[in-house]
Design a protein around this ligand. Sequence first.
Ligand code: C2E
Ligand code: CA
Ligand code: CA
Length: 731
Amino acid sequence: MTDDTRAAAPTPASTAPPAAPPIARLITRLGLLLTGALLTLFAVLAVLHEVVNRRADLQGQLQALAGMVAHNSQAAAMFGNSAEAAEILASLASAPDVTRARLFLPDGQELARWQREGTSGTCHVLRAGGSGLQARWCGMALYLPVVRHAEQQGLVAIEASLAGAYRALLGTLLFSGIAAALVFAAAVPLWRRLARRVAGPLDELVEVASHVGAHEDFSRRFQSAANAEVQALAAAFNAMLAQLQQRDGRLNEELVQRRHAERRLNDLAYLDAVTGLHNRHHFMERIDQILAQTRQSGQTGALLFLDLDGFKQVNDNLGHEQGDELLRQVGQRLRNSLRSGDVICRLGGDEFAVILERVGGLPQVESLAGKLLDELAAPYTLGRQVGHVSASMGICLLPEPAGAPAPTEPGAAAAEREAGREAALRHADAAMYQAKQQGRNCFRVYRPGGSESAQQRRQALRGALAAALQEGQLALAYQPQLDLASRRCVGMEALLRWQHPTLGAIRPMDFIAFAESGGQIVPIGEWVLQQACAQLVQWRRRDPQLRVGVNLSPVQLGDDAALDRLCGILADSGLAAGAVELELTENLLVDRSPVMLGRMARLRAAGFGLAIDDFGIGYSSLAYLDSFPVTTLKIDRAFVRPLQEQAAHRSAIVQAIVAVGRALGIEVVAEGIETERQAERLVQLGCRIGQGYLFAEPQPGAQVDHWVQAPPGSDLAATAPGRIADPAYPA
Ligand code: C2E
Ligand code: CA
Ligand code: CA
């Protein structure tokens, strides 16, 4: 790893203190700094030494020259012979550093002078009164008396320049500078090498640790031929890795065992040990799910009950082992004859059940049933015996056909679900019993109350619905929504009614599903909105605050053109924004695609309020509720019913929904209030608005008209009327 890559290595978590520079770079930097400092110190000392030496040399030289001149000029000074004196002074020319000289007489008069040619300027002024040695940075001057027989005859003054010394010094400096630079250049690789030697093993250790961390590869080891300390570190690190490797291995093994055990447990819980098919436990779970699905989607499913004919004889004659083998082969044949999505279970003994999630209609189921029976009736080989075994089959279509005692709402509460499941099982069992009675090796379909099949009845209704809208058989009923504290009517929910000329009142739950699958729900929904708007315009003359809720099918929401027409109807009515609230089913919230959000936003922009109907029973999580532009949550009556009981935990869900509504600024409306106790509890829990049979069942507009009253303070204010029955559901 180079210095740079080390510097760029990812820094640890943001909370860690900022990392110091890498060790190798630190060592190199410090080393070079040290080398530089030593070289500089050495150079300074060398220069100082040189300067001192040169000055001492010059001083000695000057003294010798002055002594010689003083001695030679004794006679010239005594006789005032300036020519001789000048000659003596001129002899100084042979000494290169001497620049000037003077000879003074004792009375201060200058007898002779000499100056080196080419020198100019003065470092010292040579005066008659001078004495001793005078030193300056530029040079030195020395005064020496000329003495003869202890009598002073004159004074010699000589000046020497230090320029020569400095020139030599410069040379020395240049030389030592080059030498220092060379030494410095040689030191760089040396320090780098040293840095690598120290930091290299650490880098390797970091690399191994990172690799182990990133790939969880505990088999890696750190090998280093470095110093004893690093080797000790490597040994400790490797020992740690070995431990981790062992532990990791154990953990993986445990995990595999655990998964295996879980799968075994799951198999035991949901699979039949003999046939490998699903067991009764799984069957119960799936039938609930599929019943709910078929009810919500309006699609048809089927439940098939099979019982082998004469299984007891096989067990008795061939033994239990062969009995089990027969069951296995039956299971295998069922598997081979059905689609992978179909649910095949062994309920126990020689009873099997098949759930078909989606079928086209009864004829398709009947044809499949025939084929299954033929398949099962083919000869079986058990040991050395070959024999025939047949089966009897009962069929029941899912969900419960119209007219059967089925729950009134999609995905209703657990009790209703259980009732639905029990009914389906009972009916399939009854049909199977019929098949047994009618000669075995055949199937029978459960037909509620008569010879006409459920499918036929559905078909009849489907055909009749097409005409219902044109022939004015459809009508709206309105159910008041009250402010629970004041019992004042604040809104109405519009609910569809079909008054069939011969079949009588048909409940929405019995025809809306196929109105959706047949596409008629789109024009019907538009008609409903038109009616509700017209009615609300009238009511608003009395109570300008009144709102109306209109149910919107997922099919309508999925059709952009239909949505445009709904927006047009609202605009044409001239009603204010928020006057009409569209009620959507909760499971629409599962789809948070931009398309869905865009549609909701479009409806909101057009002035519709958006309510989530039957809230709490579907898939919507409170967590992603805030992604949708929802204005109201309607608490499903499955959660209102338990408020009848005292226990506090029975109100937990309502409490949670009210809290979420409050937090998100969404209105909460309770549905299906049937008792005063429920109404009271709702007020206590902070739910402001509610609807239900306690106050009024859905009725034609004219019959709920008296609920619409002028806002408080107006003369029209009257006492709230009592409960009136819904004509669509005679008691
Ligand atoms: P929903 O929207 O949940 O409507 C409430 C249902 O609960 C209504 O049934 C109403 O009569 C019933 N209900 C009201 N108060 C009580 C009460 O106190 N106790 C009990 N047990 N039930 C009460 P309804 O009228 O049979 O409507 C059933 C469903 O049909 C509605 O459920 C709604 O999903 C659908 N529906 C009704 N009208 C329309 C419509 O115009 N368009 C669409 N797409 N669906 C509609
Ligand atoms: Ca509704
Ligand atoms: Ca509802």
